[in-house]
Design a binder for this molecule. Structure first.
Ligand SMILES: [Zn+2]
Ligand SMILES: [Zn+2]
Length: 335
């Protein structure tokens, strides 16, 4: 499924199977999660994508070919491909464990063709081993919703009361990890989204309400997954002095001005950008120990655009996943 120009629907196209270059592997894709970042690319909120582009950056598949010089992977290995697709390895960020901030980094499904396809190539160094016990469809959402959520959770700290603003794919995984760490989770949805609040409670949130509501107790930390700038002052209002608000999205509408009193009291506000390979390795080892259970709505490849539309409309419960090849066999109709 190809994006030929931004703000246009994806188009089903026959394209040649890509050749793995030096250090790359060819991957036969089985499943690819759908992320809000895909929407930001398609809708033009992220600028200058590769065009034409195959979107998708939560890929589960198998190695089907090796380019020159690949080490540590063999044909048939089951791998995941995340958003981080290539880093320079030389800059100050790369050399100090902050490759997520590499100014030359290239991202899957944005600068590089991604997983809304039967085949793709990926840098072997960025491929992650997928945990046993997760089907390809179940594993796909771990690769961004899970990984970025995990990095957000790390920056939010281990305080006992954690708020999650926007209860989509990332939050539905983070709530499980946070509960495993002994944190109480407070879920915030769009005001009036009773079904979303019920979903949050069913996954273990101790409280769920609208983003215009205050939680019953002050929060130690909050993570904002929804791309709405007005949630920043709302979340600052909900955290205690010394608390932290983490913005987990790659794009957000403008943040409205707010009184300094909301930040005063040593509250902190930060963003999370991308992921490191170390985040990926850690989270994919942790997920089966909890164990994380992903709730997915499955779409066949040719209906990827419908999955994007439903995500844009806030109609996806849990995570949307594109099923490709053999994984599509039992995909059925999305719930
Ligand atoms: Zn993503
Ligand atoms: Zn770098």
């Amino acid at each position: 499924m190809v994006l030929e120009a931004q703000r246009r629907p994806l188009a089903l196209r026959e394209v040649p199977v890509p050749d793995p270059g030096p250090g790359q592997v060819l991957i036969e894709v089985a499943a690819c999660g759908v992320c809000r970042t895909d929407l930001h690319v398609v809708d033009g909120e992220l600028e200058h994508p590769k065009l034409p582009l195959v979107p998708g950056h939560q890929v589960a598949g198998r190695v089907a070919g090796l380019g020159p010089g690949v080490q540590g992977l063999r044909e048939g290995d089951r791998v995941g491909v995340p958003w981080l697709g290539w880093t320079c390895g030389e800059c100050e960020f790369c050399r100090h464990g902050e490759e997520n901030l590499c100014p030359r980094a290239r991202f899957t499904g944005y600068h590089l063709d991604g997983g809304f396809a039967e085949f793709m190539v990926a840098d072997a160094r960025c491929c992650l081993p997928l945990p046993a016990g997760f089907s390809d469809l179940q594993a796909a959402p771990l690769l961004c919703a899970g990984l970025i959520g995990y990095r957000c959770l790390r920056l939010a700290g281990a305080g006992s009361r954690l708020g999650l603003y926007g209860f989509g794919a990332a939050a539905h995984i983070v709530v499980q990890v946070a509960r495993h760490r002994g944190q109480a989770v407070y879920g915030f949805t769009r005001p009036g989204d009773a079904a979303g609040q019920e979903f949050a409670r069913r996954l273990g949130a101790v409280w769920a309400g609208g983003s215009d509501e205050m939680p019953p107790e002050p929060l130690d930390a909050a993570i904002i997954f929804a791309p709405a700038g007005e949630l920043v002052p709302a979340a600052l209002r909900a955290v205690r002095p010394g608390g932290v608000v983490v913005c987990g999205g790659i794009h957000m509408s403008d943040i409205p001005s707010f009184p300094y009193a909301l930040l005063w009291g040593e509250r902190r506000l930060c963003s999370v950008a991308n992921l490191t390979r170390q985040d990926g390795v850690e989270f994919l080892q942790l997920a089966p120990r909890i164990p994380v259970r992903t709730e997915i709505q499955v779409y066949p490849l040719e209906r990827a655009d419908e999955a994007l539309r439903r995500l844009r409309a806030g109609q996806v419960r849990g995570a949307a996943v594109i099923a490709i090849g053999t994984a599509a066999g039992g995909a059925g109709h999305p719930g």
